[in-house]
Design a protein around this ligand. Sequence first.
Ligand SMILES: Cc1cc2nc3c(=O)[nH]c(=O)nc-3n(C[C@H](O)[C@H](O)[C@H](O)COP(=O)(O)O)c2cc1C
Length: 208
Amino acid sequence: MSDLASIGMERGMLYETILTTRNPDGKPNAAPIGVICKDMDEVVVYLHEGSRTVKNIKKEGEFVVNILKDPLIFVESTLGNPPADNFAEYKDNFYIKTTEAFFKAKVNHLRDVERKDQFGVSRTTIVRAGVEEIVKKKDQVEPLNRAIYGIIEALVYLTRMDLVSGDTERLYHHRIREISRIVNKVGGPEHKKAMKRVLEAFSEYSLE
Ligand SMILES: Cc1cc2nc3c(=O)[nH]c(=O)nc-3n(C[C@H](O)[C@H](O)[C@H](O)COP(=O)(O)O)c2cc1C
């Protein structure tokens, strides 16, 4: 198999990945980016204005998607870049050495839009890219999706609801709404069904 199914991706789901790109000085850049599996050979990314990643992709027309769960790589890539010895080269592209798998994506279509979300209006570049070459570094690859973690967190809050009141109870209600938003954004049908069940159980604890 040489499509995204071979690295555990499912159509319609959003995975947290590390995108590696080439800076204008030729050095590698890494950033955590959510990658939507649009089809088995196509991904979509939403890139907020201002990042190096969006500038590099506009210039180079390609990027590498790394599938990994290395916590330090996520942190270093958010705060800046991991040290240079964490990167390796593959046919003119960079990837992260500890990655479970990576693939090269070539931009098919790119569009700048103004989007309004809970944080206000922002400029975003929507990139549709074709999956070119998938390289597996491990037999069993599991891409990172936040939905299951959200559901587990929601269940923990649910089981504490009899014990809390006042501000803590209000906080839990707020968190559940936020978790539900995330699960419905990044999850698949089973996650959404599970979250709906949790919300139903939660509704028994309505706020006065
Ligand atoms: C888990 C996670 C997912 C993220 N997803 C996105 C995303 O989908 N699009 C985006 O523009 N920024 C996203 N970000 C924020 C960028 O990673 C962050 O702005 C980063 O510093 C950009 O780095 P760069 O300037 O090297 O490109 C995400 C951050 C985290 C921690």
